[in-house]
Design a protein around this ligand. Structure first.
Ligand code: ATP
Length: 236
């Protein structure tokens, strides 16, 4: 479904991603693991046209998307939930969700249908639909950020550090949701620093070190070879 081939990302002279290749098949949950600064976010951002690709290609269902605008990429069915769950704090929960639908120009009826769907996935958001997003707890803001991304009914969701800074019960809720949505046909590429959690959830994982893929394989392979040991997560 998504193929990243020999991707490099430069920020001025800094080469943050070095010839990274990875693939996500429809229906998979794929994890990208690695230390702070390894380049994980840059890979996800480049897929959405939000980080400067200096070499390599990104294709969705065989068609190149690396020269398209972010808006066009979202319309093709890719969405990103960025690190730090950037919700619009001065808007209500419902308004934040509506913006997720408007990103792909959905008409009002379809948007309202999506809204009901999101509220059924996250009853906590339904109870707080008129509350300003800035006054939600961190966990609720993460639910809102994921809900907003789901409003465009993406086929492939890119999640950047969905567990970061959240209480264990909220993390469980969010990962249960990811597993549930995969059963409904959604596909996930997720970046996680919590390697154990990611390996419990994903079908395959990539370990990124200093901007390059250092290992890839099934969760079993990662565990058998202790690929998530401390040395691999030392600052890169
Ligand atoms: P973290 O988990 O801390 O977010 P990461 O693995 O996602 O780390 P990136 O955020 O992709 O890593 O960063 C990789 C490298 O690129 C880092 O050295 C970072 O400082 C640099 N970098 C990221 N974004 C920019 C930017 N907009 N301008 C300049 N350098 C950047």
């Amino acid at each position: 479904m998504l193929t990243v081939d020999q991707l490099s990302v430069h920020y001025g002279p800094v080469r943050a991603v070095k010839k990274v290749s990875l693939a996500v098949q429809a229906g998979e949950i794929v994890a990208v693991l690695g230390a702070n600064g390894a380049g994980k976010s840059s890979i996800l951002n480049a897929c959405l046209g939000l980080a400067p690709r200096s070499a390599g290609s990104i294709t969705l269902d065989g068609a190149r998307i690396d020269k398209l605008s972010t808006e066009a990429i979202v319309r093709l069915g890719l969405t990103l939930v960025p690190e730090g769950r950037r919700v619009f704090s001065g808007l209500t929960v419902a308004q934040n969700l509506s913006l997720g639908a408007s990103a792909i120009g959905k008409d009002r009826a379809v948007a309202l249908g999506s809204l009901d769907w999101i509220f059924s996935l996250f009853p906590r958001l339904a109870e707080r639909r008129a509350q300003l997003a800035g006054t939600l707890s961190g966990g609720e803001q993460q639910m809102l950020a994921i809900g907003r991304a789901l409003m465009s009914k993406p086929r492939l969701l890119l999640l950047d550090e969905p567990s970061l800074g959240l209480a264990p019960n909220i993390v469980d809720l969010i990962f249960d949701l990811i597993i549930g949505l995969r059963k409904e046909g959604f596909t996930f590429l997720l970046v996680e620093q919590n390697a154990e959690l990611a390996l419990d959830t994903c079908d395959r994982a990539y370990l990124v070190m200093s901007g390059a893929v250092a290992a890839q394989g099934t969760p079993d392979l990662f565990r058998q070879n202790d690929l998530v040991g401390h040395s691999h997560f030392a600052a890169s």
